[in-house]
Design a protein around this ligand. Structure first.
Ligand SMILES: [Ca+2]
Ligand SMILES: [Ca+2]
Ligand SMILES: [Ca+2]
Length: 338
C-alpha cells in the first residue's frame, strides 16, 4: 500500500489451511522479485518470487533441530518471524525453542551465532519479533520482545577475546551475545514487539498489558495508548520494524525494570492492578499467558481479579464440602470402629 496515496496493489496471494496457530505468520519483502515467508505450519522459511510464484530457496527447521525439542508435533517450532539480514543471510525466530537463528544459504544455521537456547530462560523465553541491527547502525545487535519474560531486550554480538575456542569455520575468535538493554515496568505482560525508532526511542507492544508505548533513551515513557491485546506496532514513515534505528550500545540507552506505569487509573482500578501484579508474580508465566489468551479480550485486572478470587473460593468450598462429606465420616467410622 502506498501510504501517501492509499493505492493498493496485490503482489502475491495464497490461502493456507490452518489449525490453531499453524499458519504463515510473517512475510518480509526482500526486493521486487523476492518475498521471505515464516511458515509455522510446516516449520520452515522460504523465499518466493511473487510474480512467477516460483519458490527460490527453502530452509526446514528439521535440518537443524531434533524432533524432541520445542513444542508438540502440530506446533513444533512456532517459527513466527523472519528477517533478511546482510550477506543474503536470514534471521528466524524459533519461539518454542527459545532461540533466534541465523541461516546462511547453502550452509544452514550458523551455530555460533544462535541467540538463546531451549530452556535458558534468562536469555529468551517464548520470544517474538526479533529485529536485526547491523554494524552500520551500531550492531550487530538484536532487539526482541522477550514475551514470557515480560520485557523488551537487546543483545549485542561481541568478540569474546578471553575464549580460545575456535569457531566452526576455523577462526579463533568466539562471538558471544551480551545483553546491552532491557525494559519493563510493573505493567508489562507478554510483550510481542519492540522497534527502535530513528530518534533513539523504542516502540513497545505490550500484549497482556493492553497498551502500545514509546520509551525514551533514559527509560521514561514518552506516551502510552491503551489498546486491547495488541500484537505488533509500526511507526509509519520509519521503515520496517527497526530499519532506521541504532543499537542500544551506540545510543547509550538506560535499562529499566519495574517502577511506575505512567497511566491514570481510578483508585479501584489501580488497587485491582496491584493485586493482579501480585498474582502474576506467583503464577507460572506460561500458564498465566495461556490463560489470558483464552479469556475474553475485554477483560482487564478489574474483571480478572474478582474472577480469580471467585474461582479460588469455589475450589476451596468444594474442597471443604468434600472433606465434610467423604473424609470426615470415614475418619469417624474408623475412630468408632477402634
Ligand atoms: Ca519480519
Ligand atoms: Ca520489531
Ligand atoms: Ca513493529
Amino acid at each position: 500500500m502506498n501510504l501517501t496515496t492509499g493505492e493498493r496493489t496485490r503482489l502475491f496471494s495464497r490461502a493456507v489451511s490452518t489449525t490453531g496457530s499453524s499458519e504463515w505468520h510473517d512475510v518480509d519483502r526482500i526486493n521486487e522479485s523476492a518475498l521471505l515467508v515464516a511458515d509455522i505450519k510446516r516449520d520452515r522459511v522460504f523465499m518466493v518470487d511473487p510474480e512467477t510464484e516460483e519458490g527460490l530457496r527453502q530452509w526446514n527447521a528439521s535440518e537443524h533441530f531434533s524432533p524432541e525439542s520445542g513444542g508438540p508435533p502440530d506446533d513444533w517450532t512456532h517459527l513466527n518471524d523472519v528477517e533478511y539480514t546482510a550477506n543474503g543471510r536470514v534471521m528466524a525466530d524459533i519461539r518454542n525453542q527459545d532461540q533466534i537463528v541465523f541461516i546462511e544459504p547453502g550452509r544452514g544455521v550458523l551455530a555460533n551465532r544462535t541467540l538463546g537456547a531451549e530452556g535458558d530462560f534468562s536469555t529468551l523465553r517464548g520470544q517474538h519479533n526479533p529485529d536485526y541491527i547491523p554494524e552500520s547502525r551500531g550492531g550487530p545487535a538484536v532487539l526482541v520482545a522477550d514475551s514470557h519474560n515480560d520485557r523488551a531486550v537487546e543483545y549485542q554480538l561481541r568478540d569474546n577475546a578471553a575464549s580460545e575456542t575456535p569457531r566452526a569455520d576455523g577462526s579463533a575468535v568466539n562471538e558471544t551475545w551480551v545483553r546491552t538493554w532491557q525494559w519493563s515496568d510493573a505493567r508489562t505482560q507478554w510483550t510481542r514487539d519492540a522497534d527502535r525508532l530513528p530518534g533513539g526511542d523504542t516502540l513497545i507492544t505490550d500484549t497482556n498489558g493492553d497498551r502500545v508505548l514509546e520509551v525514551n533513551e533514559s527509560g521514561g515513557i514518552v506516551w502510552s495508548v491503551s489498546i486491547e491485546k495488541p500484537y505488533e506496532a509500526e511507526r509509519l514513515g520509519t521503515g520496517d520494524e527497526s530499519a532506521t534505528g541504532k543499537s542500544a550500545a551506540v545510543l547509550g540507552l538506560r535499562s529499566r525494570t519495574g517502577g511506575q506505569t505512567g497511566t491514570t487509573e481510578t483508585l479501584y482500578g489501580s488497587a485491582m492492578r496491584s493485586v493482579w501484579y501480585a498474582i502474576t508474580e506467583v503464577a507460572p508465566p506460561f500458564a498465566l499467558n495461556s490463560a489470558l489468551f483464552v479469556v475474553p479480550k475485554r477483560m482487564g485486572p478489574t474483571e480478572l481479579v474478582p474472577l480469580v478470587v471467585a474461582g479460588l473460593t469455589v475450589l476451596s468450598w468444594l474442597g471443604v464440602e468434600a472433606y465434610w462429606r467423604f473424609a470426615l465420616p470415614a475418619i469417624r467410622t474408623r475412630f468408632e470402629g477402634a
